[in-house]
Design a protein around this ligand. Sequence first.
Ligand SMILES: [Zn+2]
Length: 318
Amino acid sequence: MKHIGVDLGGTNIVVGLMDEDGNIIKSYTRPTMSDRKTEEIFDDIIDMCKILIDEYKLSKSSLKGIGMGIPGEVDAKAGIINYSNNIPMKNFNVLEYMQKLCSLCDMDIDFYFANDADCAALGELIAGAGKGHSDLVILTLGTGVGGGIIINHKIYSGFYAGGAELGHQTIVHNGELCTCGNKGCLEAYASATALIRDAKKAALENPHSLLNSLAKNNVDNITAKIVFDAKDQKDEIATNLVENYIEYLSVGVANLINIFKPEILVLSGGISKQGEKLTTPLKEKVITKIFGNNLKTKIEIATLGNDAGLIGAGMLSR
Ligand SMILES: [Zn+2]
């Protein structure tokens, strides 16, 4: 059986055909142009799905279903997008709208929906770093901190619609202000944005630091990579920043391990590109914080990159 996955992002729509193991056979990308009407965006998705169905002569007996990863809050059972952050969609009945494709192809198609971060978690479990496991937690360290939870091969989405807000667990009572309006969230300490915020402050206080020279003496040029690079060059200020960053990250990771005891916890997003330079010190700090101080959960870096969401969306119909 084949599966079609749809990864609807703020910038691009990717529609891909894949096999039972999540190997992408063919995919198409079009710009989302998110400021247009929701119906127009989904007309593009319908068109892209139809191209794949025609090209591979898919029928009810060879296409298991079409899965979609939606950025925002989606009621998966009802097939309704409640709202989205990146694309102005509100209370959109996506299940009903996608029926257009069934009449265009003259076949009955099963549709599946999930939050895009949850899809990325499922993708990593089936075809990425979590392959061969049944329980996984993923933490995405990017502009914000996102995540997803897989329990026994299935997305754990909780009682009501929306993704798992792993980045908005409080790790410091009354701490730094978070983008969500609350204080002390993991995101306010473990996102790339948080590391850059702290690095800018440190660079301004220490104008002759390596951070400043790597940023060409303009703190607005500081990236998370520059901070890690400066640390690699034994810069004391950057070393402290990275140490501090990993310390806070370890609190969030230890909380997740204490609660879910997953087989594997996967890190993705820009900061995860640091690889073992991140995971080795992180594990040391996590061990000191988890119950029993015995780390049985593997902590690894995601392997699918941008394809995780697409693959996970396709695998919703597996
Ligand atoms: Zn928050």
